[in-house]
Write a protein that binds this ligand. Structure first.
Ligand SMILES: [Fe+2]
Ligand SMILES: [Fe+2]
Length: 488
């Protein structure tokens, strides 16, 4: 595929562009993602990126699969119009071909093609994915039925019973695409599939003016109630936070308030004696510890330790999430230090530490869906789980975290990190130095679990850190792990 910048220039000049291919791989999808990131940013619609690329991934994969099926039937000489032979062919195709790359390499040598057309029309961006094989009437009927049904679902929870076992099938892709279109405000009726004797076309239009629809589900209501019911920080702590912000504060005022809280006292002493602050002799007194760590670090510590003490008591999944968050924090700190200003490193650390707060509530409210969303994100290679959370529950863990952070009066940069750690391109420029490290740190952390890989990474973030290849990213990850003293 051509460079995305060149494609975009042609598209802007001619108002339309055709991208032709016979099969796809992760590099191809990454280019498509990058192209749409640039296009939607120009249209000021970047918030749609994850939705649009998820839909595109589904319909492109379906188109290639349809061509592969026709090619395979021809190759093994199956009469597509004979129902018995057709049924046998489909079974073979599913067991021998799906998920394997062999047929895709063969497809590249045939006339079977897929064309992705993008047109900048007067009222919106028209997207068509066309492949040059027709749909078998039986399949076409089934697809239309699926589309009709999907349009009736309000959210993913409605569809759950019908499709939960179809994690690999095309049916789920259609339902997912239609629900995503509904949720973004593009509308379910924008999606259509047309077929004649030679071609099949899947089409949808993204209008320039959109009114996003808010989904309200029972789970979402439970989540909002849960956020509402979270305790506030206690009075002593709020007072301490205020004192840390005031440069005229006397150390004694702070000490008096800290010593009445034994857990806090021990956290502060621990921090002052940790590697980062170690002065050569053991610090035993809280006043000395505060002098060593400073008001600004103390403020961060107070915030984290209070958040932690509320959440730890309340949620059984706390340690699992916290473990991931401390690793992300280590990554984020290193990235901020290496590529940015030294003074941002501690902020980046804190961002990493608190980025997934919303997950605790999501997991506590309905783990059946949380697990399912997590599996689907992995199996269908969706760029971010927040997309599925929004269509199925009506609120993502990033949005839940944002609500929690606002409730507890977190500083603005932290709210921004929590809100945009899965969609860093949407963040305001002045917060990029905090959001990007948390985003990349979180992704690198999840490389280990196999949930995400290099192909999911935003090109813009990689460019900012001069990571031009997969090897650059791998090397960076190794370097960070190597220097983490076993913390990652
Ligand atoms: Fe997250
Ligand atoms: Fe995370």
């Amino acid at each position: 595929m051509q460079k995305t910048g060149e494609i975009l220039a042609q598209l802007e000049k001619n108002k339309n562009i055709n991208i032709q291919f016979s099969c796809h791989n992760e590099d191809f999808f990454k280019s498509i993602d990058a192209l749409f990131a640039k296009l939607l940013a120009k249209m000021d619609m970047l918030y749609l990126l994850d939705y649009i690329t998820t839909i595109l991934r589904e319909i492109i994969a379906n188109a290639v699969k349809a061509n592969a099926k026709r090619y395979y039937f021809k190759k093994i000489k199956i009469d597509i119009n004979n129902p018995e032979e057709y049924a046998k062919g489909i079974t073979n195709f599913k067991s021998k071909i799906i998920g394997k790359d062999t047929i895709e390499n063969e497809l590249a040598k045939t006339d079977y093609l897929v064309i992705l057309s993008i047109e900048l029309a007067n009222d919106g961006i028209i997207i068509i994915v066309k492949n040059n094989s027709s749909i078998h009437p039986v399949e076409f009927e089934r697809i239309n039925l699926r589309i009709k049904k999907a349009k009736e679902y309000n959210d993913f929870t409605d569809a759950y019973d019908d499709i939960y076992d179809e994690t690999e099938g095309a049916g789920l892709g259609i339902v997912l695409s239609i629900l995503l279109l509904k949720n973004t405000g593009i509308g379910e009726n924008s999606f259509s599939i047309l077929s004649d004797k030679k071609t099949t076309k899947a089409k949808f239009t993204i209008p320039y003016e959109l009114k996003p629809k808010t989904i309200t589900t029972t789970i979402k209501e439970q989540i909002l109630d849960e956020v509402d019911g979270l305790p506030s920080f206690n009075q002593n702590l709020l007072e301490l936070l205020r004192l840390c912000k005031n440069k005229d504060t006397e150390i004694k005022e702070i000490v008096d308030k800290i010593i009445i809280d034994p857990a806090l006292t021990s956290d502060i002493l621990k921090l002052a004696n940790s590697a980062g602050f170690f002065m050569g002799k053991k610090v035993k007194h809280i006043s000395e510890a505060i002098l060593i760590i400073g008001f600004s670090n103390l403020y961060d510590l107070l915030l984290v330790s209070s958040t932690r003490s509320i959440l730890e008591k309340r949620y059984s999944k706390f340690h699992e999430i916290w473990n991931h968050c401390t690793k992300t924090a280590e990554y984020a700190k290193y990235i901020a230090q290496k590529f940015g200003k030294e003074k941002n490193a501690e902020f980046a650390y804190l961002g990493g530490l608190l980025h997934d707060l919303g997950k605790l509530i999501l997991l506590a409210t309905d783990s059946k869906f949380s697990n399912w969303i997590s599996d689907l994100t992995k199996n269908r290679k969706i760029r971010s789980s927040t997309v599925l959370e929004e269509v199925s529950i009506g609120i993502s863990h990033s949005m839940i975290g944002e609500l929690m952070a606002k409730k507890w009066n977190f500083p603005d940069y932290l709210i921004e990190v929590i809100k945009y750690h899965h969609s860093p391109l949407d963040t305001n420029d002045k917060y990029k130095d905090f959001v990007f490290p948390a985003y990349l740190g979180n992704m690198l952390c999840q490389f280990e679990t196999g949930k995400y890989n290099y192909y999911y990474l935003e090109e813009t973030v990689l460019e900012k850190y001069k990571l031009f290849s997969r090897k650059d990213v791998d090397d960076l990850q190794k370097e960070i792990i190597h220097n983490s003293n076993g913390k990652i």
